[in-house]
Design a protein. Structure first.
Length: 243
């Protein structure tokens, strides 16, 4: 092997090895840091149950098919177990006399206090005639016993007499409740490291060295290959002259 070919082969191998060594460690990752502040501790409580308010439509009087004689008061006693916030009275019926009159009252039997008193006439009905009306009173009915009195100056058949209103009570819900809030003892700083970039500059240089090494090896091999045929031809010519 000629000296030039040997030099090129050795140089190519050296460049190839150096290039691959640099290529393996040629990619660099750029690391960045960020800081987050969190409370140093939390305070709270654990409760196996909690309370909430339950609301419903509380009907205390529900009458139908009641016959009333003219001038004779109709009385009905009822009781209230849960306080009613305000009072709705729905009254519907057939009255024989067209221009009737009368009244409706609710009396607290314990205190003899009149909670509700209102007159009845066709003008208070929905269509301006007959007995069909809905009355609303911004008064409450506390737990206790009451007497409803209805009196008309005409015979009548009461098809519906309804007294109701909203009631509420506190109920306990059996469920686990966890409440956590940050304390006032300050905050702690947490460092978070993450990859924010990749550097390929050394990898490109290493790839160039590998390419140069391969080129040098191929050049040395080609140089040696072109040199050998010439020597074989010379040996053939010398042999022919001797014959």
């Amino acid at each position: 092997m000629s000296t030039r070919a040997m030099v090129l082969l050795v140089l190519g191998v050296v460049l190839f090895v150096i290039g691959w060594a640099a290529l393996i460690s040629g990619v660099e990752f750029k690391m960045c840091s960020s800081y987050v502040q969190v409370p140093s501790q939390f305070v709270g409580r654990l409760s196996p149950s909690y309370s909430e308010w339950y609301y419903w439509r509380n009907v205390v009087v529900n009458l139908s098919n009641v016959f009333i004689r003219a001038g004779a008061p109709f009385s009905y006693r009822f009781s209230v177990n849960q306080t009613i916030g305000y009072i709705y009275i729905e009254l519907e019926g057939d009255v024989k006399k067209e221009n009737f009159s009368g009244f409706l009252s609710i009396l607290n039997t314990l205190t003899n206090e009149t909670v509700v008193y209102t007159t009845l006439s066709p003008e208070k009905s929905v269509a301006g005639r007959g007995l069909n009306t809905t009355l609303f009173f911004m008064k409450s009915l506390d737990p206790g016993n009451y007497t409803l009195t209805l009196k008309l100056d005409s015979d009548a058949e009461i098809k519906k007499l309804l007294i109701h209103g909203p009631s509420s009570r506190e109920v306990t819900v059996q469920a686990i409740e966890i409440t956590l809030t940050p304390s006032e003892n300050g905050y702690e700083q947490i460092k978070i490291d993450y990859v924010c970039g990749v550097d390929f500059s050394r990898a490109l240089t290493a790839s160039t060295l590998v390419g140069l090494g391969v080129a040098a090896i191929m050049a040395g091999a080609l140089l040696e290959a072109y040199r050998k045929p010439y020597r074989i031809g010379e040996v053939g010519k010398k042999t022919a002259k001797r014959r």
